[in-house]
Design a protein around this ligand. Sequence first.
Ligand code: PMP
Length: 399
Amino acid sequence: MGTRISDRIAAIAESATLAVDAKAKALKAAGRPVIGFGAGEPDFATPDYIVEAAAEAARQPRYHRYTPVAGLPELREAVAAKTLRDSGYAVEPSQVLITNGGKQAVYNAFATLLDPGDEVLLIAPYWTTYPEAIKLAGGTPVEVQTDETTGYLADVEQLEAARTERTKVLLFVSPSNPSGAVYPVEQVEAIGAWAAEHGLWVVTDEIYEHLVYDGHRAVSIATVTASLADRMVVLNGVAKTYAMTGWRVGWLIGPADVVKAASNLQSHATSNVSNVAQVAALAAVSGDLSAVAEMRTAFDRRRRIIVEMLSAIEGVRCPTPGGAFYAYPQVKGLLGRPLRGRTAATSAELANLILDEVEVAVVPGEAFGTPGYLRLSYALSDTDLVEGIGRIQKLVADS
Ligand code: PMP
């Protein structure tokens, strides 16, 4: 008789993001005026024309049925067209697998590519789901550390130093969650050329492609490294661009054999994505980008406010993020010193202290492979943002 929980699943770490969120929500439910900087989702409603398309579909019995596992043919076609429009990357509809959110695309990608012992280069800070998806697939994440001094960008030298003969995949994410870092085009080209030279696969997560500021451009590594097409997997979805986190539609784009194998996996796991949600996604990707342009204006304003307010705190160093909707300050100057009579030794303890003392929820850098940092999402109202960071300012100033 073995253990009750398999070794494989028991090894999955609890999501620190969700732990903070759960604690904040419990406090809120108890009537506390908690301000949450934890959420990784836009605070906007899904645009009306998308909701209307879904409502219309929900009334038609043909959308009450299964779709093909890989998705509605018209959605796969629209995703291929959208990818050409937005990234300049030409793919066939047959290279598109529609998934339950970008998250299932991440799982499918690693489950499909990795054998036990295969290594994946993972640039830290990284989104908390990646190492778990890699390990669950039997792979080994190999971390490449970055910090605020380079704006959280890794260069070819660092990647090369981490490469071994077991390295199969480079995971490339720009704009990044949690750092908001956006790679300049020359660096994307250099990294792509290096990956091609060494026969690596590239998995690129482009879910924040339309949330870039200050003249930054999200350049697709798939487009600039055409020679990698046969070992390139692009992950994306509607969640961030169209404020559709709850609809659960994403996709994976890859070579035909990878898409076929990943579809086989998905056919036994979840089958197709909700038919009605696929129709909503079809309206989203076939439409224009005016809704995300509006959100971008609001996020940009909040980004400037949050960076300025965080930078005004003694002991906090906050680079200006070029994309996504997160600020990722280094907070080592706040560790080991009394704040309202308490002392936090780690950023995890600091996040707890901030929540207890001033009722502001932030996610500690431990969740992203870089202790000593905090992640603050600025996808919340300007008023809450100013109030929340104001409370942290006061906590530090009063101590
Ligand atoms: N990739 C990144 C980098 C993300 O931040 C997220 C959402 N937090 C996702 C993928 C997945 O988003 P979803 O599953 O909601 O489409």
